[in-house]
Design a protein around this ligand. Structure first.
Ligand code: SAM
Length: 292
């Protein structure tokens, strides 16, 4: 086996060799602990029949661990300066392809069709750039890609919000937006000391797994997210008051919302944070015809 990229010593050597200056604006915090990397990869349950899409390979620390377990890895990196570095560090592996692109502007469905044809088991695995964690996740989920799930590292506070259950402080519209698409759980927490440079927050790895059956049949996903965002607009307000002040539902607004809440079996004095995804989904379906 080749020597790991992600030891503190080798990482420093690589950065020095290329005179690479880390760009904080691109969320560049490189992992320097091979045990943590192995642990992350183990949560993805990869075999040689699996393919992986990685976002932000950096200098290849996670990428090489993925390549050892999976059949094929495609990694999307925005920073052109990393391309020659990756070509060097990942040269021992013949099952990695690097795409120089912004993941937010990449048609991932095309990538899967063009680069991963033949793979039925596809996972997204990444140590995400923290400044764009949420937009990346939402984009990938809304595209309804043919993936089994994701194992992704992010700032712990965001991981807590994504995986939160109703009636907890962290539960909110982000929990609903993600959990509507996939089951979400925290796989492990990661201290800030295993990165170069050290971020000023702790991190967590979350595991997202495609639902076997959708938690609720929703007529209009955008409207579900609008209703949930509106319900959390002011956390201390009741769901009735929040919906009334946030949603354009015509003149008879209050009556429409009260009737919909009654039909959905939701007490109007409850707060948004107590509603499950199923309750939000039913409520959105009932309110939809009145939405102008
Ligand atoms: N995977 C490496 C590791 O674990 O050490 C690096 C992870 S670092 C937290 C995030 C990486 O994402 C950086 O390499 C950064 O250049 C890249 N990146 C930032 N924004 C990106 C974007 N919009 N699309 C693709 N890659 C991006």
């Amino acid at each position: 086996m080749y020597k790991d990229i992600a030891t503190p010593k080798r990482t420093q050597e690589i950065l020095k060799k290329y005179g690479f200056s880390i760009k904080k604006s691109l969320g560049q915090n490189f992992l320097i602990d091979p045990n943590i990397l192995q642990n992350i990869v183990s949560h993805a349950n990869l075999t040689k029949e699996s393919a992986v899409i990685e976002i932000g390979p950096g200098i290849g620390a996670l990428t090489e661990h993925l390549a050892r377990k999976a059949g094929q890895v495609v990694a999307v990196e925005i920073d052109q300066r990393l391309l020659p570095v990756l070509e060097d560090t990942l040269s021992p592996y013949d099952n990695i392809e690097i795409i120089h692109s912004d993941i937010l502007k990449t048609n991932v469905e095309d990538v899967i069709q063009e680069k991963l044809a033949g793979y039925k088991d596809i996972m997204v695995v990444a140590n995400l750039p923290y400044y764009v964690t949420t937009p990346i996740l939402i984009k990938l989920l809304m595209e309804k890609l043919p993936i089994r799930g994701m194992v992704v590292m992010m700032q712990k506070e965001v991981a807590d919000r994504i995986t939160a259950s109703p009636s907890t402080k962290a539960y909110g519209s982000l929990s609903i937006a993600i959990q509507y698409y996939m089951k979400a759980e925290i796989a492990m927490t990661v201290p800030r000391t295993v990165f170069i440079p050290q971020p000023n927050v702790d991190s967590a790895v979350i595991k997202l797994t495609r639902h076997e059956t959708s938690p609720v049949d929703v007529l209009d996903e955008d409207f579900l997210f609008k209703v949930s965002r509106s319900s959390f607009a002011q956390r201390r307000k009741t769901i009735l008051n929040n919906l009334q002040s946030q949603l354009p539902l015509g003149k008879e607004k209050k009556e429409v919302i009260l009737a919909a809440l009654a039909e959905a079996n939701v007490d109007p004095t409850r707060r948004g944070e107590t509603l499950s995804i199923q309750e939000f989904g039913n409520l959105a379906n009932i309110l939809l015809p009145n939405f102008k």
